[in-house]
Design a protein around this ligand. Structure first.
Ligand code: BJW
Length: 235
């Protein structure tokens, strides 16, 4: 086995969950074909009409609860278990928990998690798969009407950014799986990794907008292409 890569960062987007039956955002039949981004995924929308935004995530939560990981997630488990790197980290834009369900480790949910709720009054974060409503009370500070899905909306800062920045600057292999590369700052991660010397590789069904920053493009469904790639690394 070649032990070329000591630190690996894997950035994932909605495409890695597509073969688990979850909708991506920007596809023709994607999540945002049925809803306006401005109504469900901006902090202004939440401030304007929190119940509408809660309803959207209340509807999505049971679907994500039921979803099961696919061979792409399992390939990451295999890589983390068998490849002799010092560290293999997953930086995911996904709010589903498929990486956790597949037994992946070192996961950073930079856009938050559907099963977490944050209180905007006291900062308390708690986990639930149940519906949440705009007039619910925080279990910690007992203030009403301040609960928000712990999901990063447009206009909000991402989570774990300091840690992720360090990981990116120290990795020598950067893999980007199933993301269109249009949402920043995640779309710029490849540039940081590349500037710091990493070999960069993307897995997608199509050409992406930051395509030119990748050394290798593997076109096809991640559930097929990633297990093959991992197999090659493990030889
Ligand atoms: C497959 C496949 C298969 C399908 N196998 N592949 C710099 C420049 C310009 C703008 C900005 C900038 N910096 C910040 C901004 C503003 C903004 C932004 O990026 N805007 C652009 C859209 C123009 N960013 C922000 O506001 C971020 N915050 C921030 O930067 O804070 C500081 C700041 C604040 C204010 C001003 C300036 C700075 C926050 C971004 C939060 C994103 N949140 C969302 C919604 C969460 C809600 C929810 O999950 O329901 O996160 S947006 C949405 O897009 C979601 C996703 O995580 C994210 C990325 O989407 P993803 O995963 O790439 O999905 P798709 O559908 O786009 O692509 C799927 C891909 O998979 C496709 O390519 C398919 O081909 C592929 N695929 N099947 C392999 N089987």
């Amino acid at each position: 086995m070649t032990e070329k890569y000591k630190n690996i960062v894997i950035l994932t987007g909605a495409g890695i969950s597509a073969e688990s039956g979850l909708s991506t955002f920007r596809a023709e039949n994607g999540l945002w074909n049925k809803h306006r981004v401005e109504d469900v995924a901006t902090i202004e929308a939440f401030e304007r009409n929190p119940e509408y935004v809660h309803d959207f995530y209340n509807e999505l939560r049971p679907e994500l609860y039921k979803a099961q990981p696919n061979p792409a997630h399992s390939a990451i488990t295999l890589l983390q278990d068998k490849y002799p790197a010092d560290k293999i980290s997953i930086v995911t834009q996904n709010v589903d928990t498929l990486h956790e369900k597949a037994g992946n480790k070192n996961i950073y949910h930079i856009h938050g998690q559907i099963n977490q709720i944050v209180c905007l009054n006291c900062g308390h974060i708690f986990e639930t798969w149940n519906d949440v409503h705009a007039d619910d009370v925080c279990p910690h500070c007992h203030i009403q009407g301040m609960l928000k899905p712990n999901i990063v909306f447009f206009g909000e800062n991402l989570l774990y950014m300091e840690k992720v920045d360090t990981l990116l600057k120290n990795c020598n292999l950067f893999l980007s799986i199933g993301t269109s590369g249009v949402v920043y700052p995640a779309a710029g991660f490849v540039q940081i990794a590349k500037m710091c010397g990493a070999y960069t590789c993307e897995f997608n069904m199509e050409t992406t907008s930051n395509n030119y920053l990748f050394d290798r493009h593997i076109i096809g469904p991640a559930g097929t292409t990633l297990p093959k790639f991992v197999e090659e690394l493990l030889i």
